[in-house]
Design a protein around this ligand. Structure first.
Ligand code: ADP
Length: 479
């Protein structure tokens, strides 16, 4: 049995602001089958403290924890084994996990997550008498200092560390004046250490000091080492390229399975989509059409490349294709999609965040469009595969790794394709891809085969869990 302490600022079902929470929440159960015992170390935010049952047990006291006293609580929740840092001076506040109601980051975020990381290193050093991890697995900048603290502690060389990058854009910067407050050695405040252009970077500390690094797809792991995607840390990542690998996220099949989805007319084969498509067209007031019903379910931000879709739309409309958009985000994009819907009978738009509707769209759509400029892993294309809504995606990050593109080779005798990919990420290339999608859609037997391929493509956590398990084993017994 390998013992892993997962150090995370979020985990489903307790608290979530991004995909990291899904990964942290799903991994423990998926890893149990691989003889890996994973416990989660999390901050005691109000939402976490309220969710703990009366059975939560104080397993350690930390009288001097970054400006106040704290307790470490052990509890079970759902299928998770939790260790919670109950430090009211750091975590007992309303509003968001990282920011106040006004949207401003808490000024003591560096201390808050240094504390989380420091408690991880204390646990690695034997804080708990009956449980000590073999590996500390941190997530994003919030756990970035854990590998550093471990390297300075008596656990150094005995407990291994790995850091997963979910979002390179957040780097956990703090002014140099906080060196002392964060228990960091001045000697390591150098470009070879955790210094980043005159500031402390918690993420960089993790990238430098962790034994291994992972991110959420193999392609994104490569992209991160380039200036275009590395957000200033590509140099560090090139230096550590041998320690970096990509492991795809999975989806929660309890929530995303067309056979059992309570939000739709359940189906086992692509033919079952017809009733859902009728219902979706009715719901959105769309007419019957000869072309494919395409969908977007997305944050409406620059990352997602949806401005390109607006430009490429004629390629879909001239083939009598349709578009349903569910999304919220930048006002300019929201307005542009609203106007497009007013102009064209074949375009319908719902501005807002609506989980049940996202299921109905996946079930009813023929294709799901994901023209992202960058995409570390991406979930919508995985749901699309599962629901037989063929993904049309940009050739980047996790999108490149999860969709088998339609090409002469993948469409030959026994077609293996599961979707359409385009490159470069431009309106012209996207327009061409939409044309290709319409060509495929006009060949019903081939289309059905591609849908079958898509629905059979493995997108759950099994494969990813096996990859993490293999990584842990390799860390303990390098091959
Ligand atoms: P990102 O994390 O960059 O937003 P992902 O594809 O990894 O992109 O995950 C986005 C998740 O949010 C998916 O589960 C998607 O279905 C969901 N989602 C995005 N926008 C909406 C919306 N307006 N309504 C419902 N679900 C949405």
């Amino acid at each position: 049995m390998i013992r892993v302490l997962s150090v995370t600022p979020e985990a489903v079902p307790l608290v979530k602001t991004g995909g990291l929470a899904d990964v942290a929440g799903a991994l423990p159960a998926a890893l149990a089958a691989h003889e890996i015992e994973m416990r989660l170390l999390m901050p005691g935010y109000p939402a976490v403290m309220q969710a703990l049952s009366d059975e939560a047990e104080t397993v350690a006291r930390l009288p001097d924890c970054f400006g106040g006293s704290a307790r470490l609580l052990a509890a079970r929740h759902d299928r998770l084994s939790l260790l919670v840092v109950d430090a009211p001076h750091l975590f007992d506040r309303g509003a968001g996990l990282y920011a106040s109601d006004s949207g401003k980051d808490w000024p003591d975020n560096p201390e808050r997550f240094a504390a989380l990381s420091w408690v991880a290193s204390e646990i690695a050093s034997g804080l708990l008498q009956d449980w000590r991890p073999d590996i500390v697995h941190g997530h994003d900048w919030q756990a970035g200092l854990a590998p550093y603290y471990i390297a300075q502690s008596e656990a150094a060389g005995r407990v291994r560390s790995v850091l997963t990058i979910h979002n390179i854009a957040f780097q956990g910067l703090a002014p140099a004046s906080k060196l002392g407050a964060l228990h960091l050695r001045k000697a390591d405040f150098t470009p070879e250490g955790f210094e980043y252009w005159g500031q402390i970077s918690a993420l960089k500390a993790g990238l430098i000091y962790a034994d291994r690094l992972t991110t959420v797809s193999p392609s994104y792991a490569e992209e991160l080492t380039t200036p275009e995607f590395g957000m200033g840390l590509d140099g560090v990542l090139r230096q550590r390229a041998a320690a970096l690998c990509g492991i795809l996220n999975g989806i929660d099949r309890r929530v995303w399975s067309p056979e059992t989805d309570p939000h739709i007319r359940p189906y086992k084969t692509p033919r079952g989509k017809a009733a859902n498509k009728d219902a979706l067209q009715q719901e959105f007031g769309l007419p019957m059409a000869d072309g494919p019903l395409c969908a977007v379910i997305s944050r409406l931000t620059d990352q997602k490349g949806l401005d390109l879709l607006l430009d490429a739309m004629p390629a879909l409309l001239e083939r009598d294709g349709q578009l349903v958009v569910l999304g919220t985000g930048e006002a300019a994009l929201e307005g542009a999609f609203r106007r497009a819907a007013e102009k064209h009978a074949n375009i319908a738009v719902h501005i807002g965040y609506d989980e049940p509707l996202s299921h109905r769209i996946m079930a009813g759509a023929d294709a799901i469009l994901v023209p992202s400029r960058f995409e570390p892993c991406g979930l919508t294309q995985l749901y699309g595969l599962r629901y037989g809504a063929l993904p049309l995606v940009a050739l980047t990050g996790g999108l490149a790794d999860t969709v088998i593109p339609a090409t002469p080779a993948t469409l030959a005798r026994v077609p293996v394709a599961t979707g359409v990919q385009f490159h470069p990420v431009s309106a012209q290339a996207l327009a061409n891809a939409l044309g290709k999608l319409c060509d495929l859609y006009a060949r019903p037997k081939l289309w059905l085969k591609l849908q079958r391929n898509a629905m059979a493509h493995p997108v759950g956590w099994d494969q990813s869990a096996a990859a993490y398990a293999a990584l842990y084993r390799d860390m303990l017994n390098p091959s």
